[in-house]
Design a protein around this ligand. Structure first.
Ligand code: HEM
Length: 182
């Protein structure tokens, strides 16, 4: 996983706790003197271990922590990748373009990316079906990112996680329902 994801995770921890807490998490779950560089790759197990300890620290389930992290990460992406996403002004257009445009641009910016596959189809205005596939099984992070996009573009979003890799389905199916926030 890219360093940018770990940098953002640090930001999330700092919103709930402090630097001492992040340093403790690092001391336990990363090699000595770890400093994350955004373009470099770090082991997925390191992210998983950090997330597990954040769950203990915040007394929240893994799904909840990944969801919160996704919401935080979306804003982080919008700030740090304005070149790639700055021209999106609607939730729907952004979601429909994650896989075919946004993540494609990301893999041009960085070498050796590990991105998920997310096929999206608009069923009707207000309803998109997304199929998520990834060996990292971070579907709850994907959910959080989508909720984050909803908040960013002032949309009310509901997701029904119909099929799930974590329940041994072949892929995740997310039914995304959205409408302008009331
Ligand atoms: C709602 C919108 C988005 C969703 C649902 C989404 C989903 C994801 C997920 C779930 C991952 C974790 C890797 C995996 O599951 O295999 C990921 C990684 C990543 N995404 Fe996205 N993403 C979104 C928007 C964006 C945006 C706007 C950017 C930046 C322009 C971005 C850049 C990245 C990067 C840099 C990674 C890490 C890749 C790596 O470690 O090699 N994503 N995305």
């Amino acid at each position: 996983m890219k360093g940018v994801i770990f940098q953002s995770l640090e930001g999330l921890v700092l919103t709930h706790r402090d630097m001492a807490c992040w340093n403790q998490l690092l001391a336990k779950n990363a090699p000595k003197d770890r400093a994350y560089v955004s373009v470099n790759n770090y082991p997925d197990q390191e992210l998983n271990a950090l997330v597990s300890d954040i769950c203990i620290e915040l007394q929240l389930s893994r799904a909840k922590v990944l969801n919160q992290f996704g919401r935080y990460l979306f804003n982080y992406f919008m700030k740090h990748y304005s070149v790639v996403v700055g021209h999106y002004s609607h939730f729907e257009a952004l979601i429909l373009n994650i896989d075919s445009v946004i993540h494609k641009e990301v893999s041009k910016l960085y070498q050796n990316t590990n991105l998920p596959t997310m096929d999206c189809m608009m069923v009707c205005p207000g309803h998109i079906v997304m199929h998520y596939q990834s060996p990292r099984q971070l579907c709850f992070l994907a959910e959080g990112l989508i909720y984050g996009a909803g908040e960013y573009f002032l949309m009310d979003v509901t997701i029904e996680h119909e099929q799930c890799l974590l329940r041994e389905d072949e892929r995740c199916t997310l039914n995304i329902y959205y409408q302008p926030a009331k």
